[in-house]
Design a protein around this ligand. Sequence first.
Ligand code: AMP
Length: 400
Amino acid sequence: MRTVLIINAGSSSLKYQLIDIDTESVLAKGLCERIGIDGKLTYQPTGGEKFQQESPMPTHQQAIELVLGVLTDEKIGVIKDMADVAAVGHRVLHGGPNFTASALVDEKCIAAIEEVIPLGPLHNPANLMGINACRAAMPNTPQVAVFDTAWGMSMAQKTFQYALPYEVYEKYSVRRYGFHGTSHMFVTGEAIKRLGREGDPNVKIITCHLGNGSSVSCSIGGKCVDTSMGLTPLEGLPMGTRCGSIDPAIVPFLMDKMNLSIKEVDTLMNKKSGMLGISGVSSDFRDLWAARKEGNARATLALDMFALAVKRYIGSYAAEMNGVDCIVFTAGVGENDAATRELIMQDMDFLGIDFDFELNRTAPRGEEIVLSKPSSRVKVMVLPTNEELAIARDTASIAL
Ligand code: AMP
């Protein structure tokens, strides 16, 4: 059996998934929490019972060793020994300008990820801890870094450039990168397959990754043309707790009026804004819809603003690409929230969209489905994202 271990390392947590690369099935998944504090391991073999254990894990390396221990455990494991892990794929947030695609991990790759820590100060150091831990625990197993920003690297300069002094771009690499790249890449590839247009350089797709964090992206021939997040994931749509695009002059204005530090204004925009900030109710769309049904005006406003923002991106991307063949909804909201999809899709017929509102209302949650009518020029579909599988596929194609 050839398996790929997928690692998503945070500063004190580590999510993992073991995928059989030949059948593309998940063998087991789980989570290490509170690394460096006390330590808790969760392990769930597919079809088996969930296993939890409080275990000291002072560093990421000990966490990885515990994961390898349960994966190869005689009783609850899913593989015989570590040699069954053919490669490890790491999710890395920011590749900066250095990476246009996934890369085999070596000293040069690690140095390049370190170099862009200023662009991903919270995630990149944690991602590197995961990489170093796996290299120490499995020195002979190839490792691959899969970057969330790689998808956006095919954007033209006129698209990624900010209209700031040019030296800001040259000196500090300040440009738009985009995030959720692994998800946009995955659902775009799947949509192209569903349309039967593999290899077609003209197929135009808009992907709406709507979850707690949200972004919209568009592609021609499977290559990203534009994407709504920027230098950081703050740009673009209003999200669960992020404000999305605002007039940048609001930042110094608020720092002055509210006497905020750089850190405080950053927290205000990332953690206290978006759906939560507007509604005062919640960042979760289920809570917002419940409040809206009870007549809560601010929850209603938040959902209307969100739908309008998605609609604006769809419209502007259709203009940017001179058309669109397919619109994809994915992630927590995109896959599950029919009411939000309905709000977004209202009055979009001018684009050649004939959306089946009735089917949308009765569509099963979280499942692949075409929601446009057969007569619709633009196909609208829900495609569940699977970032781990995308990482596994990239890892296998590079390392095996
Ligand atoms: P994600 O970040 O992709 O995991 O998406 C998480 C978000 O999806 C949650 O915060 C909810 O807002 C939303 N969500 C998940 N399930 C549902 C549902 N059944 N109805 C509405 N929204 C949902």
